[in-house]
Design a protein around this ligand. Structure first.
Ligand code: HEC
Length: 97
């Protein structure tokens, strides 16, 4: 039973987030992080090609205060977990340059 629970949760995990679903959800992010997650300004973090889990966790961290950056917290505060997962899937699927 334990094993099957584990396998099921892994399978669900792998299918989370839809990279095609929303480029539009990432529209507010383009100005800083670039249309494909490669920012024009080298001082801003690149999101392209980063791990999906890393991106979801980083965004949640801005929401729950584990990370503090006024801009990011403000931009992410209205997004749901599903939004974060889609955005993360989009950026994770982009090619880092
Ligand atoms: C006004 C510029 C700006 C906009 C717009 C912006 N960001 Fe950011 N973002 C930043 C900066 C600056 C940081 C680094 C903050 C820090 O030091 O924690 C950052 C960090 C991040 C990180 C963490 C990256 C890492 O490698 O740890 C993620 C993920 C992220 N942003 C996602 C988004 C998403 C998704 C959006 C759109 C909803 C967005 N950002 C919009 C400026 C911006």
């Amino acid at each position: 039973l334990l094993l099957s629970t584990y396998l099921t949760s892994c399978a669900e995990d792998g299918s989370r987030g839809d990279p095609g679903a929303d480029k539009t959800k990432a529209a507010a992010c383009i100005a800083c992080h670039g249309a494909d997650g490669n920012p024009a300004d080298p001082n801003l973090p690149a999101l392209a090609g980063q791990e999906w889990h890393y991106l979801v966790d980083a965004m949640k961290a801005y929401q729950d205060g584990r990370r503090s950056d006024p801009t990011m917290t403000h931009l992410l505060e209205t997004l749901t977990e599903g939004d974060l997962e889609d955005i993360a899937a989009f950026y994770a699927s982009q090619q880092a340059k």
